[in-house]
Each structure stands twice: as structure tokens, then as C-alpha cells.
Ligand binder design. Structure first.
Ligand code: SF4
Length: 318
């Protein structure tokens, strides 16, 4: 199928949200997995995955972007409109697109980073070393407690496998991205206000344990970034999920200035600080690689984090 609209769009973060300076690559759309919070399920699209074939148009867009910008470093995200490693066809488009970006990046003297985000273990079938001039590929996977995967991410692989894929990706030459998102408070069924503190503490312990396991196994110098973000739902998602009595709809979720529902500010900052402080004191070298995704600048400040974009983090890495 040919893509008629743009392949490359500047990420729109929403009002008052910190801009991470990413471009979305829409080389494919849709995904057949059943993540209950996935915004694709609420868009007017079929669930059948679609891969776009008219890469000549993509090349024109890359050329136009590079030739019209003085920016030296670009961050592309090919995990926003699909799971990046969903099918063998996704593998082909990753390499074809990386080749196109690489050729144009050399011509216009740019340095590019492409995030490939997945909840599969399909990289085990990828089995070729990757190396592109002026382009680094980032293998990013969501690290969630198994209870959350079981309950809300149907069809995706367990946390144990996700960690194994990170180790494998490193061997193939990918940088790695640790994605602690979406952070979901669970279980919530039957809990009352007084139990929230316990649930949040339990959640922080779970994430600390996951980080410990991962960071014993992968090389710090290959880690591009660690992003952290609590669950966010659009108004439409929140309304529909609430009607369906989804356990995602926690009673301490509020409408934020960007029109999305999130956990209350004290809950989010407690969670973020619990994870950030753990990284800061246990793995200080990784502290500068932490970003909050889709958060307000006052939340970054509450967590003591210096505001930075993906482009700025990329410049530190490579
Ligand atoms: S794996 Fe990603 S794209 Fe697929 S359903 Fe889950 S969140 Fe959506």
C-alpha cells in the first residue's frame, strides 16, 4: 500500500508538555496486539498491520527535512504508529528506511538516531549485524512488571523475554532504550484511598527490581536513554474504558491541561522520584540519560531533573 500523507511528522506533545524533539516515522501502521491502553485501538483504522511501499516519497521527505534544516542531530521514532518489530516486513522496512536516512545524512552531514520500539521477541529472527553510516538504531522495549503485562498487554512477550531481547540487540550493534512506560498502578480492584500508598510503594519496588535485573545484564555504554512515564489516557479512551469498567481507570486520575487523564501529581512524582533516585544512587552514570515522557516541566522540576530532549541525550551518546 502507498502512503498518501506524510511519512515524517514532528511529534506533537500537547499543551505544556516538555518537547523531546522527536520526529515520528509512519512507515507502517497498526498492530494486532491487545494492549488495553493503546491509542491505536481508539483511532479510526483497521487492526490489520499495513506497511507502506512508496519509499521514494519517504526519501524525498528525508531530503527535504535535511536540506532545509541547520539542525545536526535528528531523532526519529518508528514505534509510535506500530510495533517496530511486528512482522518480517517490518524488518525489511527498518533496513530500507535506515539505508535511505544514512545516504541523505551523509550527503547533508547529519547524525541520526532511530528508535525502534517493541513488545515482541522477534528480534531473535533479525539475526544480522547492523551498521549504517551516520545512523544509529535504538532497540527500545517497554519494561513492565509481569502482572501488568498479563493484565493489560495481551499477546506481547513476558518481561523475561523482553530483557533477553535487549542483550541480543546489543550483540547485533543496536543501542538500547529502556522504556519504563506506561507505568500502571495495579492491582486497583477493591483498594481504597488508604491503600494507595502501599500500592505505589509496591510498584516502585517492582520497577527497582526490574532495573536491577536488566542492568546486571546489559552494557551501560550502549544504553541510549531511559524514559519514564505514567499511564495517560485521552478523554475518549478514559470515557470508553470507564464504561467498560476497565481496571486502567483508577479513581485518582485527573484531567491534565493537555487534555489527557493521568494519576494525580503527588502519585506521579512519588513514583518518578522512587525510580529516579534509585538510578541516581545505584547507577549514577545513567542518571543523565533519564527523561520523563509526556510530562509537564513542573513535574520534571519536582523530580530534580534537568529538562532535556532526545536530541540532547543523543548528542551525549554519540
Ligand atoms: S504493542 Fe504497541 S502498538 Fe501494539 S497494541 Fe501494544 S501499545 Fe499498541
Amino acid at each position: 500500500m502507498n502512503r498518501k500523507t506524510c511519512f515524517i511528522t514532528k511529534y506533537q506533545y500537547g499543551d505544556f508538555i516538555v518537547d523531546l524533539d522527536e520526529y515520528v516515522l509512519s512507515l507502517a501502521t497498526n498492530c494486532m496486539f491487545g494492549c488495553e491502553y493503546c491509542y491505536l485501538k481508539f483511532s479510526k483504522i483497521t487492526l490489520e498491520p499495513v506497511i507502506y511501499e512508496n519509499l521514494d516519497k519517504f526519501e524525498q521527505e528525508v531530503t527535504s527535512l535535511f536540506s532545509n534544516s541547520t539542525q545536526k542531530v535528528f531523532y526519529f521514532n518508528f514505534g509510535e504508529t506500530t510495533d517496530s518489530f511486528l512482522t518480517a516486513k517490518h524488518f525489511n522496512i527498518i533496513t530500507d528506511a535506515a539505508n535511505i536516512i544514512s545516504q541523505q545524512a551523509k550527503k547533508y552531514d547529519k547524525s541520526c538516531f532511530v528508535e525502534l520500539r517493541t513488545k515482541t521477541n522477534n528480534i531473535f529472527y533479525f539475526n544480522k549485524k547492523i551498521c549504517f553510516e551516520n545512523v544509529k538504531l535504538i532497540y527500545a522495549t517497554s519494561l513492565s512488571p509481569q502482572v501488568v503485562i498479563d493484565r493489560f498487554e495481551h499477546g506481547t512477550v513476558p518481561i523475561k523475554n523482553r530483557i533477553e531481547t535487549l542483550i541480543f540487540a546489543e550483540k547485533l550493534g543496536f543501542l538500547t532504550g529502556l522504556r519504563l512506560e506506561p507505568i500502571i498502578i495495579y492491582p486497583i480492584y477493591g483498594i481504597e484511598y488508604k491503600d494507595v500508598v502501599f500500592s505505589v510503594k509496591n510498584l516502585i519496588d517492582n520497577y527497582q527490581q526490574i532495573l536491577k535485573t536488566v542492568l546486571e545484564k546489559i552494557d551501560f555504554k550502549n544504553i541510549h536513554s531511559i524514559t519514564i512515564s505514567c499511564l495517560r489516557l485521552t478523554k475518549k479512551q478514559f470515557k470508553e474504558l470507564k464504561q467498560k469498567k476497565s481496571k486502567l481507570c483508577f479513581f485518582e486520575m485527573f484531567l491534565c491541561p493537555d487534555g489527557k487523564y493521568r494519576y494525580s501529581r503527588p502519585i506521579r512524582t512519588t513514583i518518578y522520584n522512587g525510580i529516579i533516585d534509585f538510578i541516581r544512587w545505584t547507577y549514577p552514570v545513567l542518571y543523565k540519560k533519564i527523561l520523563l515522557s509526556f510530562e509537564f516541566d513542573y513535574i520534571w522540576r519536582n523530580c530534580g531533573l534537568e529538562i532535556k530532549s532526545m536530541v540532547e541525550v543523543s548528542s551525549m551518546v554519540g
